[in-house]
Design a protein around this ligand. Structure first.
Ligand code: ZN
Length: 268
């Protein structure tokens, strides 16, 4: 019954953090609990676990953040149980096999893998193909390493190009952060207060306009830490069509099985 109620409440969900939502997390015995907090005029604290496993909390404006966090700590086990339940319905994508004919995505386009034996080991984009040449056996492990390395090298190049372009949108208000690549299970990007921006190399599967959106989102954090009004005012000013790009990115995420990854989180 509880699940039925949760499903009802989750009907109006949209992915990602919306205007007026803050991202917080608390440490509990069951591990970290991350939640989106929305201050409202209601009189009680409401906790909802969405089918995408995000936790949304609505709290009355008069209450202290610490009191909300204490409540989240007490409900952490319950939250984890709901997330475990919903995790059964998350899309699963068959593992990559790195064999000829398999589809891979790069900058929003689909390519087919073509594995051939030859003297010049390497990876090249040829038309609609990612052509992998290996010297010896075309075993899965060898091809996988070649393709994975190619993707990371190209991800870095594309992200650096995107960063240079997006910085211009801020007209000198943001200095160039250090860019690092980091695999994250549910995030496209994150940042630290010391001026490091992390991007998920998987993001290179998305079209350049979506990459620019994630980079711009992270750059906004260097001026405004929280997802508050000031953050979204700035994001809208520097990238008026950010919502359209975000929707597109979520489509890509759904198709590639990357889940409902959206924004970022803060590393302290
Ligand atoms: Zn963010």
């Amino acid at each position: 019954m509880r699940y039925a109620v949760m499903r009802e409440r989750a009907k109006t969900r949209t992915e990602g953090t919306k205007v007026g939502e803050e991202l917080h997390r608390v440490s509990a015995a069951a591990g970290w609990v991350e939640f989106r907090l929305k201050w409202t005029a209601r009189r009680t604290v409401g906790i909802t676990v969405r089918p995408d496993m995000n936790v949304v909390v609505t709290a009355p404006r008069g209450i202290e953040l610490e009191a909300v966090k204490a409540l989240l700590r007490r409900r952490a086990r319950w939250i984890r149980r709901q997330q475990d339940y919903f995790s059964r319905f998350q899309p699963t994508v068959p593992p990559r096999r790195y064999v000829s004919g398999e589809t891979h995505r790069y900058l929003g386009r689909q390519y087919r893998l073509k594995v051939v034996e030859g003297p010049q080991e390497g990876v090249k984009l040829v038309g609609k193909f990612i052509r992998v040449e290996t010297e010896g056996k075309t075993g899965g492990g060898r091809v996988r390493r070649l393709v994975a390395t190619w993707f990371v090298v190209h991800a870095r190049k594309r992200f650096e190009r995107s960063l240079a372009g997006c910085l211009k949108r801020f007209h000198g208000r943001v200095s160039c952060p250090e860019l690092r690549l980091r695999r994250m299970r549910k995030r496209w990007g994150s940042w630290t207060r010391r001026g490091v921006v992390y991007l998920n190399p998987e993001l290179v599967q998305a079209p350049p306009s979506c990459i620019d959106y994630v980079v711009t989102h992270e750059l906004c954090h260097l001026l405004h830490a929280a997802h508050g009004r000031a953050f979204y005012d700035l994001l809208r000013r520097v990238m008026p069509d950010w919502e359209r790009r975000k929707d597109h990115l979520e489509q890509v995420a759904a198709e590639t099985g990357l889940g409902t990854v959206d924004g970022c989180y803060v590393l302290r």
